[in-house]
Design a protein around this ligand. Structure first.
Ligand SMILES: Cc1ncc(COP(=O)(O)O)c(C=O)c1O
Length: 378
């Protein structure tokens, strides 16, 4: 797929890439100059493993406002992309053969991170409103060995774009607290809400400190900076994760943290930037939905995510790996859904990214996809 995607006339709905034309390149350049002028060598020196104090304070304040729960900077660990956070969580929680509870389907990068520690997976039923609480309860009642944690992406999930319903959030946190099961709440897309009400985070609903919350600058600033964060209320878990990070990379790059912090602290400019991302992605989603509606034959279904970067489509009776081959010939690509199911047992789904291509490309690409679906049904 990568080989096909690199050809210039290929339209890709496959990657999970933000729109590069929205990266604040000039602002980050300016922030870099200011950091050098103000901090100089300190921004190029080693720093503490947990992250520079300015970043940890910024994250604690932003999360406290967004999630309506007070976060202390001491709870925050700056990581090298939230992908590193997932790896470190795997490193301290998982021994070979341990169970992790996953949404079905789930984020492929998390599966890859936990695979490295030879995890096994217990999947819970999910529908358009996310995890079905009764299914989680059933899985936990029968789990042997008992899982180490639940991994969930409650907002605009990768790969489905689904959001966990408000009443289910409460139910899921209560079930996990009753079973003393930690939750890893991965929330890279929460800030990219186009419409609808903000829903309470799992972290804010927990009374026992059982939730590790993961956030990132990748979707609101730029993934190349690799600045992301974990909020870990439990002191012992936090220390273990910090020690594991020390063994991995000592610290997240000082310069990237200073630059991130400098730009993010220009509050009006930064908020306007995030608003621009939201507005652009919302329009792209709408164009994708309208074009799907106008071009797809019967037997194709898709959802309407309220934010994020992906939507999920299914093609009745079609193996989307086979469909991808036809699509590659038509110069359009997507990710076949089977990769996101740990049991690799659902074959008719596909993840469509709407953040990266322009509106024109989305129209053209979906029309090509529709032609390929028609061809696959003949
Ligand atoms: C659910 C989820 N978690 C984590 C990541 C990794 O993000 P980061 O760039 O912060 O490593 C992604 C990236 O697409 C994602 O979709």
């Amino acid at each position: 797929m990568l080989k096909v995607t690199q050809q210039p006339d290929v339209i890709s709905f496959g990657g999970g890439l933000p729109a590069p034309e929205l990266f604040p390149t000039r602002e980050i350049g300016q922030a870099s100059v200011e950091v050098m002028e103000e901090y100089g060598a300190a921004a190029l020196q080693y720093g503490v493993t947990e992250g520079i104090p300015e970043m940890r304070t910024w994250v604690a304040e932003r999360l406290s406002t967004r999630l309506h729960k007070l976060f202390d900077p001491a709870e925050i660990l700056i990581v090298n992309g939230s992908q590193q956070g997932l790896d470190l969580i795997g490193k301290i929680f998982l021994d070979p053969g341990d169970h992790v509870v996953l949404e079905n389907p789930s984020y492929l990068g998390a599966i890859q991170a936990f695979d490295a520690y030879q995890a096994r997976y217990l999947t819970v039923e999910t529908d358009e409103d996310g995890i079905v609480p009764a299914s989680l309860e059933r899985v936990l009642e029968h789990a042997d060995p008992f899982p180490k944690f639940l991994y969930s992406v409650p907002n605009f999930q990768n790969p489905t774009g689904r959001t966990l319903a408000a009443d289910r959030r409460e139910a899921i946190v209560r079930i996990c607290e009753r079973f003393e099961l930690p939750i890893v709440e991965d929330d890279p897309y929460g800030e990219l809400r186009f419409e609808g009400e903000e829903l309470p985070s799992l972290a804010s609903l927990a009374t026992s400190g059982c939730v590790i919350y993961s956030g990132t600058g990748s979707k609101i600033m730029a993934p190349g900076l690799r600045v992301a964060w974990l909020a870990i209320p439990d002191h012992e878990v936090r220390e273990k994760i910090a020690l594991a990070k020390q063994g991995t990379d000592l610290q997240t790059g000082s310069l990237a943290q200073y630059v991130f912090h400098r730009y993010a602290s220009k509050r009006d400019a930064f908020e306007a930037h995030v608003d621009r991302i939201i507005e652009t992605y919302a329009q792209r989603r709408d164009v994708m939905l309208q074009t799907l509606e106008a071009t797809m034959p019967a037997g194709v279904r898709w959802n309407r995510p309220q934010g994020g970067m992906f939507l999920w489509a299914s093609v009745d009776g079609v193996d989307t790996i086979e469909l991808l081959k036809l699509c590659a010939a038509q110069k359009v690509v997507f990710v076949p859904g089977v990769s996101f199911f740990p049991a690799r047992d659902v074959h008719d789904g596909m993840r469509l990214n709407f953040s990266n291509a322009s509106e024109e490309k989305i129209q053209e690409g979906i029309a090509r996809l529709a032609a390929a679906v028609r061809a696959s049904k003949n």
